[in-house]
Write a protein that binds this ligand. Structure first.
Ligand SMILES: [Ca+2]
Ligand SMILES: [Ca+2]
Length: 137
């Protein structure tokens, strides 16, 4: 875990760099697919949804959320990922939905940088790393 500052440009640049984004998506997918069947089950995808911290934080402030409510939201997110409703999320579904979610998140941030606690290997962390390699180059 580390505290990083990110803004909407960091996320948008990352998503729009198709090569870097695709590599990260594949990495993340393989990492989440713990039983290695090439598909993400609800439990497997849940780890990703939790690391995105969509609901626990709001502008860096921890918000307490009812676990029951949270489970419902995660459930409906899973349905959103599972475009063909076959009960699992494949790589293409994962990629399409992650892209959409990241852009929605960037939109919601506006232009103000946000401080967030990020997990190693999580998607937002990758976005921050992507930005710093670009600055170094
Ligand atoms: Ca799996
Ligand atoms: Ca599916």
């Amino acid at each position: 875990m580390s505290v990083e500052v990110l803004d909407s440009a960091t996320i948008v640049n990352f998503v729009e760099d198709e090569e870097a984004f695709n590599i990260s998506i594949r990495d993340r997918f393989v990492h989440l697919d713990t039983d290695r069947d090439g598909l993400l089950s609800y439990t497997e995808l849940l780890k990703e949804l939790e690391s995105l911290r969509l609901f626990e934080t709001h502008f860096g402030i921890d918000v307490k959320t009812d676990p029951k409510e949270l489970a419902q939201v995660y459930n409906s997110l899973f349905v959103q990922f599972d475009h063909d409703s076959n009960g699992t999320v494949d790589l293409e579904e994962f990629k399409a939905e992650m892209k959409r979610m990241m852009l929605a998140m960037a939109n919601g941030m506006g232009f103000l940088p946000v401080q967030m606690v990020l997990e190693e290997g999580s998607f937002l962390k990758k976005a921050v790393e992507h930005e710093s390699t670009k600055l170094a180059a």
